[in-house]
Design a protein around this ligand. Structure first.
Ligand SMILES: Nc1ncnc2c1ncn2[C@@H]1O[C@H](COP(=O)(O)OP(=O)(O)OP(=O)(O)O)[C@@H](O)[C@H]1O
Length: 660
């Protein structure tokens, strides 16, 4: 999508003339300001806004609403933060701030020049404020959302006069399925306007989209595209996610631009319609977990570009992939009987822990039976990963896996999200209506995460769907038959929720055909095998191991975040490791993690023998490390702290604790 510059011809004089005419209530001549700006001003007027701001004030989210929005968008926010910090470095001292907004225009996060941030806050450019066109008229965030395109709004182009001191550039961020997730914006003092800002903000949005894509599709088939072979594997590349039978199931903006496709192509086209390649032959030659070889690919218009097919671990390759049914055939055929695979996604979760093996074995017995699975266990033990493995190992593996997080959705949205809605069913609903996640799961698996957090009113509706196997969309209409395997998960004890009256007993029995509790990491006997597997996955092609110290720290840690925490710690350690390093030492653990590991080490049981107690051992080791570091740095606290990978304050605290 080319960036939309609202006023290519709007010199200051023309703009002033245009505003005067506009304020007088007249219609503007076509050539006075750019059509995009005129359209946005017209929308602003239709929203009942007056340029001088004599209109009802715009809403501001409460702290609770902001917290909910942040939780709901945590994947976006966590990928956006480092990019925003990077952009902020580029615009330092330029009277500007970097802002992230959600699809409703609510500001989620802002950082930047403090002096300017103060002034920006006075016009509510701060988290919680809503910058949709509906409330603020033409502005980069709201207009980028309205147009779904990159935009610059400079000075008096802002609809409201009070925002005329700003210059803003914004770029939409879309998820790999083409859904608008939010907007990245750089806003600054009008006088500090720089033409490169638009490029910066657009690059930032691309970087975030790239990360979101890698996150979602790393285990599947990814086709990387670029005009130059050296561009493959960089953040500037185009990315397509493909199903094994060649359907485009995801794309980043760069890929859509390279191929000249609209977002609606996602899920609607096979790759063979846009590139001259033989998917089946490529797959037959591929190896799971390996990157392909770059090759030149011909577009339908005859031009060439470079492509590389990377095959994730979960992809079926070899001759069987050649026979994979095409998507249109799948939709028309009944669900095939399961052919037991000797090594499947469930088997891949078995690293030797007995409780995990039992859960896998029990799940396997009901794979082809219509029995609802309820996965319980602490947060981060891998319930969603397990649910996906159940799906991929069962007879519905080729059909959709639809995950809904019942805790992340506000109560007002969950109903529409799950059950769908008819056009115009409620204020703010899309004009076309939506089928809802339950219908999208037809033929496949519906995964309801955090089912224990589902509001009671919604529980009644879900129960009806499960009993009748039919969905009635919001706003009425004919019931639609649905057929899906149900897998639910919760970190709560669902039985307790029933006893406390927060979860319906009849629904409890419906979702609990077979309950499996996944073990917490601290109780698993396969920690080292897990670490090994995770390191292999994080750094394919390298042989990494933990030092004896770190292995001991890990073994005694309580791991409150379970596998999620472990994988994050390892990811950071890998990033801190030298290019040729092979052993992860304490110095490679971020200081907060090291502190956490030391603080969380299993407490000393007074009855246990201090000589063999691992935590005593750990504390002694920590003290020994501190002593050695101080000696080798001749008492230089800053240097010792750096070598230990902890802050100076932490080092002082630890010295005080041991009475030094
Ligand atoms: N078997 C596994 N091997 C490697 N990593 C895993 C495994 N299981 C889970 N993980 C890691 O842990 C993360 C959390 O897993 P998952 O989302 O399935 O946990 P969860 O129990 O559903 O968490 P929550 O209750 O918070 O939703 C995953 O994103 C993945 O990084």
């Amino acid at each position: 999508m080319p960036p939309m510059t609202l006023s290519p011809r709007s010199s200051a004089d023309r703009l002033r003339a245009a505003r005067r005419q506009w304020l007088d209530g007249g219609e503007l001549g076509d050539d006075l300001i750019a059509p995009g700006l005129l359209a946005s001003w017209q929308r602003s007027r239709q929203h009942g806004l007056l340029p001088d701001g004599r209109a009802p004030g715009s809403p501001h989210a409460s702290a609770a609403q902001l917290a909910r929005a942040l939780a709901q968008r945590h994947t976006l926010v966590s990928h956006a933060r480092p990019v925003m910090a990077f952009l902020n470095d580029q615009i330092r001292d330029s009277d500007s701030i970097v802002v992230l907004a959600d699809p409703q225009g609510m500001l989620l996060h802002a950082l930047g020049d403090l002096g300017f941030a103060d002034r920006a806050a006075r016009v509510a450019l701060r988290p919680g404020a809503i910058w949709s066109e509906q409330w603020r008229g033409t502005n980069a965030i709201g207009t980028a959302l309205a147009d779904g395109a990159t935009v610059v709004v400079h000075g008096a182009e802002h609809y409201l006069e009070r925002n005329a001191f700003l210059t803003c550039a914004a770029a939409p961020i879309a998820d790999p399925a083409g859904q608008l997730l939010g907007v990245l914006d750089i806003s600054g003092d009008r006088r500090a306007h720089h033409r490169h800002t638009l490029g910066l903000v657009r690059s930032g949005a691309r970087m975030i989209e790239h990360q979101l894509f890698e996150d979602r599709h790393a285990a599947g088939l990814q086709l990387r595209l670029h005009g130059q072979v050296e561009g493959l594997g960089t953040v500037t590349e185009g990315l397509l996610a493909l199903s094994e039978d060649g359907w485009i199931t995801g794309a980043n903006t760069a890929a859509l631009e390279l191929l000249g496709l609209p977002r609606s192509a996602i899920g609607a086209l096979t790759i063979e319609r846009v590139l001259d390649l033989d998917m089946a032959a490529l797959l037959a030659a591929a190896r799971p977990g390996l990157n392909g070889t770059p090759r030149e690919l011909r577009r339908v218009d005859g031009s060439w570009l470079w492509g590389r097919l990377d095959v994730g671990r979960t992809v079926r390759v070899g001759p069987s992939a050649l026979a994979a049914p095409r998507a249109q055939d799948i939709a028309a055929t009944p669900i095939p009987p399961r052919v037991a695979a000797p090594v499947d996604a469930l088997a891949a979760l078995d690293r030797g822990d007995a409780a995990m093996q039992a859960a896998i074995e029990r799940a396997r017995r009901v794979l082809d039976k219509p029995i609802a699975l309820l996965l319980q266990g602490e947060s981060g033990v891998g319930k969603e990963v397990f649910a996906r493995a159940v799906h991929r190992s069962g007879p519905r593996a080729d059909r959709p896996f639809i995950a809904v997080n019942c805790a992340a959705l506000p109560e007002t949205l969950i109903e529409a999200e799950l059950f769908g809605y008819r056009p115009g069913a409620y204020t703010g609903a899309s004009r076309d209506g939506a089928p809802g996640r339950i219908r999208e799961a037809h033929g496949g698996t519906l995964f309801l995460d955090e089912i224990g957090d589902m509001p009671l009113s919604m529980q009644a509706r879900l129960l009806r769907v499960l009993q009748e196997r039919q969905v009635v969309p919001l706003g009425g209409g004919k019931p639609v038959d649905v057929d899906f395997r149900l897998v639910c998960a919760t970190h709560r004890k669902l039985r307790h929720e029933v006893e406390a009256g927060r979860f319906r007993e009849d629904l409890y029995y419906r979702v609990n055909g077979l309950s499996l509790t996944l073990p917490s990491l601290r109780d698993r006997a396969d920690l080292s095998a897990l670490v090994e597997a995770m390191l292999r996955e994080l750094e394919p092609g390298r042989t990494l191991a933990l030092s004896a110290d770190v292995a001991r720290d890990f073994a005694t840690c309580r791991w409150p975040g379970n596998l999620r925490q472990l994988v994050n710690v390892l990811r950071t350690a890998c990033a801190l490791l030298d290019d040729h390093g092979q052993v992860i030492e304490r110095a490679h653990l971020p200081e907060d993690v090291l502190e956490e590991l030391l603080a969380q080490a299993v407490p000393v049981d007074p009855a246990s023998d201090p000589a063999t107690d691992p935590s005593t051992d750990l504390r002694q080791q920590a003290e020994r490390c501190i002593g050695e570091a101080l000696r080798s740095c001749a008492g230089n606290m800053s240097e010792a702290a750096r070598r230990l990978g902890i802050s100076r304050n932490t080092l002082y605290r630890k010295l005080k604790e041991r009475g030094a």
